[in-house]
Design a protein. Structure first.
Length: 94
């Protein structure tokens, strides 16, 4: 699996630890994920699905709404996402 993250499943700058359940949704993709940290610009997810750098999908957090995201790095069962706020729900609560 490709790695582009300097540390194993952790990124510190401005992210808050959380434990949220959600889904990665795209055409042909409906995958359970766990969001393990969160910032205004992105988050880290854990999943058994093997994401690739550059993958794009809607991240839907149960009870919070959804936002488009792109995978920026992967390591083991973790992936770092960058959000695309131009295409988010009208009232997201991420």
């Amino acid at each position: 699996m490709m790695h582009d993250n300097p540390s194993n499943c952790s990124r510190l700058s401005g992210r808050r630890p959380v434990e949220l359940r959600g889904y990665a949704l795209a055409e042909g993709l409906d995958v359970d994920v766990k969001v393990s940290d969160l910032s205004y610009d992105g988050c880290q997810i854990r999943s058994e699905h093997e994401f690739g750098i550059g993958d794009r999908f809607e991240l839907r957090i149960i009870g919070r709404g959804g936002i488009d995201a792109e995978v920026r790095w992967v390591a083991d069962e973790c992936a770092g996402l960058r959000f695309d706020p131009k295409n988010q729900d009208a009232n997201p609560q991420l």
